[in-house]
Design a protein around this ligand. Sequence first.
Ligand code: FES
Length: 99
Amino acid sequence: MPLITIHKNGETHQGEIQPETNLVVRAGIRQFPYPHLSYGCGMGKCSKCMCLIIKGGETLPAPNWKEKKMLGTKLEQGYRLACQLWVKEDLELSQNISS
Ligand code: FES
């Protein structure tokens, strides 16, 4: 099962998830990464779920048009929208933004 590592506000949180899982959907039903993941719309419109991918980014699907529109040049810096990602493999990310 994919192991998710989230760095947030100086703390590290880890948990396993089912493969092909969306982290925002999981947080929405109060499973890890709840309550550590910040998010809003769940539809790629608010960017509150923006994360910096530290490890495992190569296993993620290519950015869709919503991520390109919301993130712009931040995509090149390694940021993604968690609500647009279905995670298959281990992933390490940082989310140091206010909720
Ligand atoms: S939760 Fe709004 S863009 Fe991801």
